[in-house]
Design a protein. Structure first.
Length: 375
């Protein structure tokens, strides 16, 4: 059967998920199985809707196909490109905060972080008055093209992106063959197992060796993104504990904070406030942003919900920076009881939010993600 390699790979990926060492509850396992379903969908989509000689941009990471601590503020697009050919990316610049382009010399695996051959943001493009642009390139090695469109405001108008290989534009791929279908099932299966293995391993390199309940000073993000700094950490909280994070309002055009599960994926950011960006986060009168990470509701606007995850990942990103960020730009962190949060917030009365206003914040998230994904 043509689908046998994929079926075997799904069984192997399910075994990897089910045997993950951090699973402590039925909820952890169910979350892993939901994550696996998204991985299956993404890998089959990319394998079957891909043609080597007629590239097309795919979104392999999104609200339902999560991987790699996906950023809730980012739309991801990508495809594979081959040496010896010229490619042209065309599009229209939207109103989003940042658009970045990256060529990765290979793929992420469980023993390799690929080098970045090219990484830049749209400030290097010649963008016409009507927002249109064109970028031509010829990769030197087999590479992955990744385009990231980053929202500091979820209501911003998204842009458009397309890719063509100049020597095949206007032509069509050959009809399907048995060999091609057989290959695609095998490729989907191989990619699925590698995807699961990779992102189970990745946090061990960059997060798990850090002291728990701490955050690093801002640093250039591993992986070669040209103008992105990040601060990372992992937390371990009891149900009655909270983390209060304090950082200065940034002069960087984009600031984002998110929580991630031990599956190294974002938590549900549509129906819960598990992330905050520069537009969503409330700033205090002293120019500081104070975020409360907790399972129990502290009744403040900048509450980030752990959704029952006693352990997980913390991630800040600053993008489109025009200067080097230092420790002074970064966050400080304090662990305390949830009942101590009000006393620890110097502007607690300013931070409080009613249940109705909270519901309106969540409803706005749901609306804006819906508009972003289909608009």
């Amino acid at each position: 059967m043509y689908s046998t390699p994929l079926a075997e790979a799904i069984a192997e990926a399910e075994r990897l998920v089910s045997e993950a060492p951090f699973i402590e509850s039925e909820a952890d396992l169910l979350e892993g199985l939901q994550y696996l379903a998204g991985c299956i969908a993404a890998c089959t989509h990319v394998a079957f809707d891909y043609d080597r000689d007629h590239p097309f941009l795919h979104s392999g990471t999104g609200p339902f196909t999560k991987m790699g601590l996906d950023n809730p503020d980012t739309m991801y697009f990508g495809t594979r490109v081959q040496p010896g050919h010229e490619y042209v990316v065309t599009g229209t610049r939207g109103a989003t905060t940042d658009v970045s382009f990256q060529l990765l010399g290979g793929e992420y695996t469980d023993d390799n972080v690929p080098d970045s051959d090219t990484a830049f943001d749209d400030r290097r493009l010649d963008i016409a008055d009507d927002g249109t642009f064109e970028w031509r390139f010829s990769p030197k090695t087999p590479s992955q093209l990744v385009i990231r469109e980053v929202y500091n405001d979820w209501s911003a108008q998204r842009g458009t992106f397309a890719i063509a290989r100049t020597d095949t534009a206007g032509t069509a791929p050959p009809p399907l063959s048995r060999e091609l279908i057989e290959k695609r099932y095998a490729v989907a299966g191989k990619q699925l197992v590698q995807r699961v293995k990779t992102w189970l391993q990745f946090p061990k390199w960059f997060y798990d060796n850090l002291p728990v309940n701490t955050l690093t000073a801002p640093r250039l993000t591993p992986g070669g993104l040209a103008t992105q700094y990040s601060s990372v950490g992992h937390y371990d909280l009891a149900p009655d504990q909270a983390i209060v994070i304090t950082l200065p309002v940034s002069d960087a055009p984009y600031l984002g904070f998110q929580l991630g599960s031990l599956w190294y994926i974002s938590l549900d950011y549509i129906n819960h406030q598990t992330s905050l960006n520069g537009t969503q986060a409330q700033a205090d009168p002293d120019g500081k942003i104070r975020i409360v990470v907790a399972d129990a509701n502290p009744g403040v606007t900048n509450w980030c919900e752990t959704l029952g995850h006693g352990r997980g990942y913390l991630q800040f990103r600053w993008q489109r920076v025009s200067r080097e960020l230092t420790e002074a730009d970064g966050p400080t962190l304090e662990v305390m009881g949830v009942d101590e949060v009000a006393g620890a917030l110097p502007y607690h009365d300013h931070n409080k939010i009613s249940e109705q206003d909270w519901r309106e914040r969540i409803a706005l998230r749901q609306k804006q993600i819906g508009e972003r994904m289909v608009g």
